[in-house]
Write a protein that binds this ligand. Structure first.
Ligand code: UD1
Ligand code: UDP
Length: 381
C-alpha cells in the first residue's frame, strides 16, 4: 500500500521550532511519507531553525522581502503553493498557529481540495485586532481545517463554542516536545556573551519584543521601561536578542542602545535560546512561544501585551500580564527583582502546555483520520 503523503507547511521561526519535532515524528511512522514545504516568510530566522533541527525542506518558496506587507506575504505564498501542491501531491497539509503563512497555506490547501490539519488550534483573544493579524488568521484557518490539534482543553472548548465539534484533539503543544530535545544542564553556549554571564550573582532578564500591534507607541513604552529597569537595578543583566524586523531593530537602536547592562544581540539559534531561558531569572516578552516555554522551565514571565490567548499559565500563577504602559511594566518587574517572596511565588515549573508527547498524538490522530489506527487519548494536564 502506498504511504500517506503528509505535507507540513511553515515559514517563520516559531512555526519551524514547533513543527520540526512533528515533521520528524511523521517521518518515523511506517505508513507516512513526511514532506516539508517552507514559505521562508522568514529567511535567516527560518534557516537557523532548520539548521538546529537538521531539517531539509522538500520545497522552498523563498518569499521573504525586507519590510514585507501582509498582502505580499499572503499573495506570494498562495502563488507558490499552487506548484508545491501540484508537484508533491499531498494527501493532507499541516499548518501551524496563526501567521500569514499559516493562513495562506490553509487557503491554498482548500483551493486544491486537500484536507488541512491545524496544529496549535483553538487559541483566541476574541479581539480581532490583537494580536494582529494573528487572531483573524486563526479563526479563518479553523473554518477551513478538517483536524484541529488543540494544545489544551480550553482551546478545544473555544472551538466547540464556535460550533466546530468534529476532528478535535487535545494534544499538548509541540513546543514542549521541541524543548525536550534542546535543553540540557551541561549545555555549552556558542554565543560568547552567554558563557560570560554570571547566572548566580546577576539577575539575567531575557527579553523579546516583536509584535505588529506593538509597533509605534507601545513598543517605545516597552523599550523605555526596559531601559529604566536596567538603569535602576545594578544586579540586572538584560539580554535582548533583537528580531530581524527593521521596525523592531530601529526601535531597539533608538531607545535601548548604549543603556547600561543592556545587551542587544542578534536572534539566537533555538537551542541557545532555550538553554538561556533555562538559566535566566526572569522573562519579559510579547512572544507567544516564550509564554509556553518559560513556565515549563520554571521561569516567571511578564507579558508585554494587553491580552493573551494563553491564559493557562496566567491561571497557574507563573505568567502575568504587564501591559504596554512604561510605569506598569517597571513596577511589576521591580517587584519580581526586589521582592524574593513575590518572585518565588511565580518561579515554579508548570506544564499546562504539554508533556512532550504532542507530536505522537498528532501522528496517531492523522493515521486514525485515514482509517489506519486507533484514536489517540486526549492530553490531560
Ligand atoms: C511574523 C508573524 C508573527 C510571528 C512572528 C514570529 C505574520 C503576519 N506575523 O511576524 O505572527 O509572531 O513572525 O517571529 O505572519 N526579517 C528578516 N529576516 C528574517 C525574518 C524577518 O530580515 O529571518 C525581516 C524582514 O524585513 C521582514 C520583516 O522582518 O519583512 C518582518 O517579517 P514578517 O514575517 O513580515 O513579520 P514578523 O513581525 O516577523
Ligand atoms: N526564539 C529563538 N531565538 C530568539 C528568540 C526566540 O530561537 O532569538 C524562539 C523562542 O524560544 C520560541 C520562538 O522562537 O521558541 C518564538 O518565536 P517568536 O517570539 O519570534 O514568535 P511568536 O512565538 O511570538 O509567534
Amino acid at each position: 500500500m502506498s504511504k500517506l503523503r503528509i505535507m507540513s507547511v511553515f515559514g517563520t521561526r516559531p512555526e519551524a521550532i514547533k513543527m520540526a519535532p512533528l515533521v520528524k515524528e511523521l517521518a518515523s511512522r511506517d505508513g507516512i511519507e513526511s514532506l516539508c514545504c517552507v514559505t521562508a516568510q522568514h529567511r535567516q530566522m527560518l534557516d537557523s531553525v532548520l539548521d538546529v533541527f537538521a531539517l531539509k525542506p522538500d520545497w522552498d518558496l523563498d518569499i521573504m522581502t525586507p519590510r514585507q506587507t501582509l498582502s505580499t506575504i499572503t499573495s506570494k505564498c498562495l502563488l507558490g503553493m499552487d506548484e508545491a501542491i501540484n508537484v508533491l501531491k499531498p494527501d493532507m497539509i499541516l499548518v501551524h498557529g496563526d501567521t500569514s503563512t499559516t493562513f495562506a497555506g490553509a487557503l491554498s490547501a482548500f483551493y486544491h481540495q486537500v484536507p488541512v490539519g491545524h496544529v496549535e488550534a483553538g487559541l483566541r483573544t476574541y479581539d480581532k485586532y490583537s494580536p494582529f493579524p494573528e487572531e483573524m488568521n486563526r479563526k479563518l484557518v479553523s473554518a477551513i481545517a478538517e483536524l484541529h490539534f488543540c494544545p489544551t482543553e480550553s482551546n478545544r472548548e473555544n472551538l466547540i463554542r464556535e460550533g466546530i465539534d468534529k476532528g478535535l484533539f487535545v494534544t499538548g503543544n509541540t513546543v514542549i516536545d521541541a524543548l525536550k530535545t534542546t535543553v540540557r544542564s551541561d549545555y555549552a553556549f556558542s554565543t560568547e556573551l552567554l558563557n560570560r554571564l554570571d547566572y548566580q550573582r546577576k539577575k539575567v532578564c531575557l527579553v523579546t519584543c516583536h509584535r505588529r500591534e506593538n509597533y509605534g507607541e507601545p513598543m517605545k513604552n516597552i523599550m523605555l521601561a526596559l531601559r529604566q529597569i536596567a538603569e535602576e537595578n545594578r544586579d540586572v543583566e538584560l539580554v535582548y536578542p533583537v528580531h530581524l524586523s527593521p521596525v523592531v531593530r530601529d526601535a531597539a537602536d533608538q531607545y535601548l542602545r548604549g543603556a547600561p547592562r543592556v545587551h542587544l544581540i542578534d536572534p539566537l539559534p533555538a537551542d541557545e535560546m532555550h538553554n538561556l531561558m533555562a538559566r535566566c531569572y526572569l522573562v519579559l516578552t510579547d512572544s507567544g512561544g516564550l509564554q509556553e516555554e518559560a513556565p515549563a522551565l520554571g521561569k516567571p514571565v511578564l507579558v508585554l501585551r494587553r491580552e493573551t490567548e494563553r491564559p493557562e499559565a496566567v491561571a497557574a500563577g507563573t505568567v502575568a500580564l504587564a501591559g504596554v504602559v512604561q510605569d506598569d511594566i517597571v513596577t511589576m518587574a521591580t517587584r519580581l527583582l526586589q521582592d524574593r517572596n513575590a518572585y518565588q511565588k511565580m518561579a515554579r515549573a508548570v506544564n499546562p502546555y504539554g508533556d512532550g508527547n504532542a507530536c505522537g498524538r498528532i501522528a496517531d490522530a492523522i493515521l486514525w483520520h485515514f482509517g489506519l489506527g486507533e484514536r489517540p487519548a486526549d492530553y490531560r494536564t
